[in-house]
Design a protein around this ligand. Structure first.
Ligand code: RB5
Length: 155
């Protein structure tokens, strides 16, 4: 009998995303993923880069295929994650945007704006992002053009 290996998905938030992170992590486990919770571990005030960088590093190096971040607006976490090569972090506030972020942008990090969506929305957005494949085709070359070639950040 072959044993299927669960995909590991890291998840992280600051205090503003903490409560929703707990719910999204449970949902990911229930869906059969090996959830790696990178914190934060309480609603106490924190700095979102402290939690966003370690997760983005894992995606950037290819240790994991994808990850989930949460903060109040989604913006701070997306700025952090998108500093890392090969990370395409998308803030999504509807399932449609999450699906388009996969289809057109091959988003490998989902960022949820926890203060502006309901728990129900968060779960629907998560599922759309998990289930939607990248379309490739005309979008392939566009996604490849995102990466900067030089270490000094030029094309
Ligand atoms: C925390 O108050 C809030 O600034 C943070 O969660 C996030 O929205 C930053 O972009």
């Amino acid at each position: 009998m072959t044993e299927s290996v669960k995909e590991r998905i890291p998840i992280a938030s600051d205090h503003a995303g903490f409560e929703m992170k707990e719910k999204i992590a449970k949902a990911l486990s229930a869906l059969g993923f090996d959830v790696q919770d990178l914190g934060t571990s309480s609603p106490a005030s924190t700095d979102y880069p402290d939690f966003g960088h370690p997760l983005a590093e894992e995606v950037s190096t290819g240790e994991v295929k994808r990850g989930v971040l949460l903060c109040g607006t989604g913006l701070g976490m997306s700025y952090v994650a998108n500093r890392h090569p090969h990370v395409r972090a998308a803030v999504a506030w509807t399932p449609e945007i999450a699906a388009l972020a996969r289809k057109h942008n091959d988003a490998n990090v989902l960022v949820l704006p926890a203060r502006f969506i309901s728990d129900e929305d968060g779960l629907a957005i998560l599922k759309a992002w998990l289930d939607t494949p990248f379309e490739g085709g005309r979008h392939q070359g566009r996604v490849e053009k995102i990466e900067l070639d030089d270490e000094d950040g030029t094309k």
